[in-house]
Write a new protein. Structure first.
Length: 536
């Protein structure tokens, strides 16, 4: 009774101070999440990972930004824009109230610097090829054919940005919302060098949150950015992104009430998590696949790549290993992408490149390996299969290794690396076969295919085919949807006829999440949005 009376008296005191019950509910609490181990970078220009992008979309925003309820994109730093009749020039007028977290105005010159930095060959940004292809002279600058000043991005004044494109891009609003195209501060980067993003004093942001603290081996803590024009709509008091070793550690942390949400679940725990109400599975536009280093024999032989691809029992992996939280992949582009006709699906129109008849696939795999000169696996070197540390990736790797040994008669050595080292090793090509994955950057099949363009920063297998490049160039040179889709279907056919990669699964994303976490949202392009989240 005394305790109840004390609470009543405390509430009365707060009411007398102007702190009513509504004020108590304004803060969303301190949200804690796990999405990966330590990030390779959270420099927007240099990032190429999903975990890094998840952090960046909270800390920065672009001309357009993702709606916090994950229902699409809307104007962000841009107040308005005009597109020319030929669809090749987009002119943006920036808002009057946009500021950096240190109170300095965000200007069109910040965007010009950031986008030209992306296209600077000396910077070597992983997404340079993928995004540079949209911007006039972007690829030419990367190839050293023109100077960086000739890239089609120009600040006409502090509030006006003119962007010239190489070809029409009907989804350029989604491209402009992409985290790699967020603005960064030239003065900060030039004064502090590549490590500018590791220090709260120099990591100046323009989004809803700002960095409070950062420890490369522990966590990133962000808090609302009071300089953000919509700061009043930000709900969490803070978000702590924990850097944990793997999903098993994350599950233990969730059950110990040390985190509230975690990306991915240990496959063997899926039934129990579903029964406990701790698993949430969301649709995702992406593909889990294997990269073959085509610069290294015998993986430079398409017949070898065909044999290794077809010998994978992707249906078993999806249904048994991943407990039906993934879908067996039959091509590089998964379902969910629209095709030329309204309501049509790109994968359905394109058909299956890989049958799900595993017994038939095994026969074809054995024939391909024999034709490549390795009948029954005779003379084939031990395959080194590399994956990043994770219970799920390990389980998938073990199934693939056993299939290759049983079906093809070849030996496999499984090698795992921590996330940062793995990304660097794979990007540099210091591997033979590696697990890979790609989540689409926008709702268009081009995002799943441009990563295989020759010389691309995310082309970790170093695939190179002029026909593929030509089809992709054609898809980006027209505003005709039917022509675009036809070109991309042709490009995917070239890729799969070459067995340029081994699609394994079409993604869904599974989250371990406490029932006490509310109003968190997820984009099918892979970003978890906690801007409006609250915790009981």
């Amino acid at each position: 009774m005394k305790k109840i009376l004390g609470i009543i008296l405390a509430l009365a005191l707060m009411m007398s101070m102007g702190l009513g019950a509504t004020a108590l509910a304004e803060g969303g609490g301190d949200i804690r999440g796990y999405f990966a181990s330590s990030p390779e970078t959270i420099d927007p220009t240099m990032n190429s990972s999903m975990d890094g992008a998840t952090y960046i979309v909270h800390l920065f925003q672009g001309l357009f930004h993702y709606k916090w309820d994950a229902t699409g994109v809307e104007l962000g730093d841009a107040a308005s824009y005009v597109v020319s009749e030929d669809a090749l020039t987009w002119t943006f007028t920036l808002r009057d109230d946009i500021k950096w977290s240190d109170g300095v105005d965000v200007t069109a010159f910040d965007y010009e610097y950031a986008w030209k930095r992306l296209c600077d060959p000396a910077v070597a940004a992983p997404y340079a090829e993928d995004l540079g292809q949209f911007i006039l002279n972007g690829l030419a600058a990367l190839d050293g054919e023109v100077g960086i000043d000739e890239v089609g991005v120009k600040a006409l004044d502090e509030k006006t940005l003119e962007v010239k494109l190489e070809g029409p891009c009907p989804f350029f609003d989604e491209v402009a919302a992409f985290p790699v195209l967020y603005p960064v501060r030239q003065d900060i980067i030039e004064a502090n060098g590549e490590g500018w993003w590791t220090n709260p004093e120099t990591y100046i942001t323009n989004g809803p949150f700002k960095m409070k603290s950062f420890s490369l081996d522990e966590d990133l803590v962000i808090v609302p950015n009071e300089s953000y024009y919509d700061a009043a709509k930000v709900v969490p008091d803070s978000i702590t992104f924990r850097f944990l070793a793997n999903e098993n550690v994350a599950l233990a942390a969730l059950r110990a009430n040390e985190i509230d949400i975690a990306n991915n679940a240990p496959p063997e725990e899926v039934p129990a998590l579903l029964a406990e109400g701790l698993l949430d599975v969301r649709d995702q536009l992406g593909t889990y696949y294997l990269s073959f280093n085509v610069q290294v024999a015998p993986y430079d032989n398409p017949l070898v790549r065909k044999a290794l691809t077809l010998a994978i029992d992707r249906k078993y992996i999806a249904e048994v290993i991943m407990e039906n939280t993934r879908v067996p992949a039959t091509g590089m582009v998964g379902g969910g992408f629209g095709d030329a006709e309204p309501g049509s699906d790109f994968r359905a129109v394109g058909g299956e490149f890989i049958s799900l008849d595993y017994e038939a696939n095994c026969i074809l795999a054995q024939e391909a390996l024999a034709e490549a000169g390795y009948p029954g696996g005779d003379g084939f070197p031990t395959v080194e299969y590399m994956y990043n540390t994770s219970a799920g990736h390990q389980a998938i790797g073990e199934v693939i290794a056993k299939s290759w040994e049983d079906v093809l008669g070849i030996k496999v050595n499984l090698v795992n690396q921590e996330w940062n080292s793995f990304l660097d090793t794979r990007r540099k090509g210091n591997y033979e076969v590696a697990r890979n994955g790609w989540v689409s950057d926008w709702n268009d099949p081009s995002s799943m295919l441009t990563i295989f363009i020759s010389g691309g920063g995310n082309n970790d297998g170093f695939y190179n085919n002029p026909d593929f490049d030509a089809y992709m160039a054609a898809s980006l040179a027209t505003n005709d949807r039917a022509a675009r889709m036809e070109a991309m279907h042709n490009a995917e056919k070239v890729l799969m006829d070459d067995w340029g990669c081994a699609p394994v699964l079409f993604y869904k994303n599974s989250f371990m999440v406490t029932p006490n976490l509310h109003n968190w949202y997820y984009l099918s392009t892979g970003y978890t949005l906690l801007h409006m989240a609250s915790i009981d």
